[in-house]
Design a protein around this ligand. Structure first.
Ligand SMILES: Cc1cc2nc3c(=O)[nH]c(=O)nc-3n(C[C@H](O)[C@H](O)[C@H](O)COP(=O)(O)OP(=O)(O)OC[C@H]3O[C@@H](n4cnc5c(N)ncnc54)[C@H](O)[C@@H]3O)c2cc1C
Length: 508
């Protein structure tokens, strides 16, 4: 288990009536009564609604009778930064600016115009703060960034976990399978569902209104222009990020996320059982919004609860790990929740428990053994990263899936599994396959760089799965998938045609 850098909070001694569960907070240092405001550094839960971090920051501001300043920053120097990822985050900043307007909270977006330009901004704001609250996200560069920023924050720093329905620290180990985690959830999730975040924490805030920031801060770290917040092409073009990965055809931001959620529940959820068919739009499409924190799983559960006329009191406080039945909802809602909660949070727990979540060595022993023993098997096709990136393989279905990923920043879920399995089959060895999957997924997928990215990619290599027979070349005992079988099972003709004709790197 990772050593926590910040001790878990013991009590909400300052506020009397805490509203954010203690298990979701880690804190360090003392409050600074001379500070001018409380600072919420929004890094992962990029929304105003159902956000424990914002709620906690407001709670502290209220108890200290200070205004709240919210900093939402976007760096340019992180791996895979591109027009696609920036546009999505910027659209969220535009929504947040609107949602914080007239709230009395000072919302301060910042977008780095060049690498490293944002250095010092957090420290400058933290110097005037009574306390800094930030999001506790267990993956990608965020934990590293937080460790690096820690020394620049004097006094109180609180990390708040808004990641899922189960607080990360409710589990003290990672789980070998979805089944094992589901059993754990059935025994342990219910009490946490009685402590949801406030839907609209801003509406309850009784804090002084924030005044403008020190002009020296605005001069050195200017707020983004309206063009940049609108993700206008010229404004994106001026940033030092990868311009070859174009914005995706879907809008980012909490407003678009709420619309997507509403449409999914009213128009597609009833067909969720057909989601494996590539030509059927039956899944939620929420993963990019969940990834950037534009929507939370609590918000999703609220909407489902209304559809189902469901209340948390309906839940049993134990269960046997069965995929259906525990939630006491319709079959389609149960099936959706199994993805949203069991599968999604399985990966969050993994990343919070194991620093090696993105390394080959984190695979279960049986998978490493069998992959290593087949690492030198002859391969009929071996493709380098470039050919795969350009969808230049002999396999039409695979090319179509890769083209969709490049063009739209998403890939159909079932094909995503096949996509990864083929990369294993066509790479010189399993470690090379892992590197290629991480590179392509995280570069192109809007929802990449997420605990689920590593769940999906490592699943292709055996994580959360069991050994399968018969033992095959290259795969050994790792589950095998073939394009021919997939094409037989699914109706893929239209999909292949569409993406190989229209994809960015149309198949040759
Ligand atoms: C090789 C590979 C790579 C993947 N990379 C990512 C990634 O980068 N980011 C990502 O969010 N998911 C990833 N997945 C998991 C899954 O494909 C996507 O979560 C899902 O397709 C997203 O579409 P949706 O939001 O319409 O899903 P829905 O079916 O509507 O599911 C709702 C939510 O449940 C979660 N979920 C669904 N399926 C899975 C799953 N198999 N594992 C974990 N969580 C799941 C997601 O948060 C999703 O948004 C990957 C899977 C594979 C096989």
């Amino acid at each position: 288990m990772k050593t926590p850098r910040i001790r878990p909070a013991a009590r909400h001694e300052e506020t009397g009536m805490p509203t954010v569960p203690e298990i979701r907070i880690r804190r360090r240092g003392d409050l600074r009564p001379d500070g001018r405001f409380v600072l919420y550094w929004m890094t992962a839960a990029r929304r105003t609604r159902s956000n424990f971090g914002l709620q906690r920051a407001l709670e502290l501001a209220e108890s200290m009778d200070r205004p709240l300043v919210v900093l939402e920053a976007l760096r340019s120097g992180y791996r895979w930064a591109s027009d696609r990822l920036h546009a999505f985050v910027l659209q969220g900043m535009r929504d947040n600016a609107e949602d914080f307007a007239d709230s009395g909270v000072l919302y301060r977006p910042y977008v780095e115009p060049e690498h490293g330009a944002g250095k010092g901004l957090l420290a400058a704001l933290a110097a005037d703060a009574c306390a800094v609250v930030t999001d506790d996200f267990p993956c990608f560069f965020l934990p590293r960034m937080l460790r690096a920023a820690g020394p620049a924050i004097p006094g109180r720093l609180e990390l708040v976990d808004s990641n899922g329905l189960l607080p990360l620290r409710a589990a003290d180990k990672s789980f070998p399978s979805a089944y094992a985690f589901r059993r754990f959830l059935h025994k342990n999730l219910q009490p946490h569902l009685h402590q949801p975040p406030r839907v609209d924490p801003l509406s309850r805030a009784a804090i002084p209104s924030a005044e403008a920031l020190d002009p020296a801060i605005d001069a050195r770290w200017p707020a983004p222009s309206a063009e940049l917040l609108a993700a206008a092409p010229d404004a994106l073009a001026a940033l030092p990020i990868d311009h070859r990965v174009a914005p995706a055809p879907i809008d980012g931001g909490p407003h678009a996320a709420e619309r997507a959620l509403g449409t999914f529940i009213s128009e597609r959820l009833a067909r969720y059982g057909e989601r494996n068919q590539p030509q059927v739009e039956a899944s939620s499409g929420l993963s990019p919004y969940l990834h950037f924190g534009h929507v939370s799983s609590h918000q999703v559960l609220d909407v489902l609860a209304r559809r189902e006329d469901w209340s948390v009191d309906a839940l049993p406080d134990s269960g046997n790990g069965a995929r259906a039945g525990w939630w006491q909802m319709s079959a389609e809602s149960e099936s959706f929740l199994d993805q949203l909660v069991t599968w999604r949070e399985l990966g969050f727990v993994m990343c919070s428990q194991r620093e090696d979540y993105d390394r080959y060595e984190s695979l279960p022993e049986w998978a490493r053994d069998t992959l290593e023993s087949h690492a030198n098997d002859p391969r009929e096709h071996v493709y380098e990263l470039e050919a795969l990136e350009q969808a230049d393989t002999h396999d039409e279905l695979w090319n179509a899936a890769q083209n969709q990923l490049v063009a739209e920043g998403r890939m159909h879920n079932y094909l995503r599994m096949l996509w990864g399995k083929k990369i294993l089959e066509w790479s010189p060895g399993p470690r090379e396959a892992l590197d290629v999957m991480i590179e392509l997924n995280n570069k192109y997928a809007l929802d990449g760089r997420d605990p689920n990215s590593y769940s999906g990619i490592f699943w292709c290599l055996g994580r959360y799965d069991r050994a399968w027979g018969p033992e095959r070349p290259i795969f050994g005992k790792v589950r095998y998938m073939s394009s021919q079988n997939t094409a037989r099972k699914l109706r893929v003709r239209d999909y292949v045609q569409r993406w190989n004709d229209a994809g960015l790197f149309a198949s040759r």
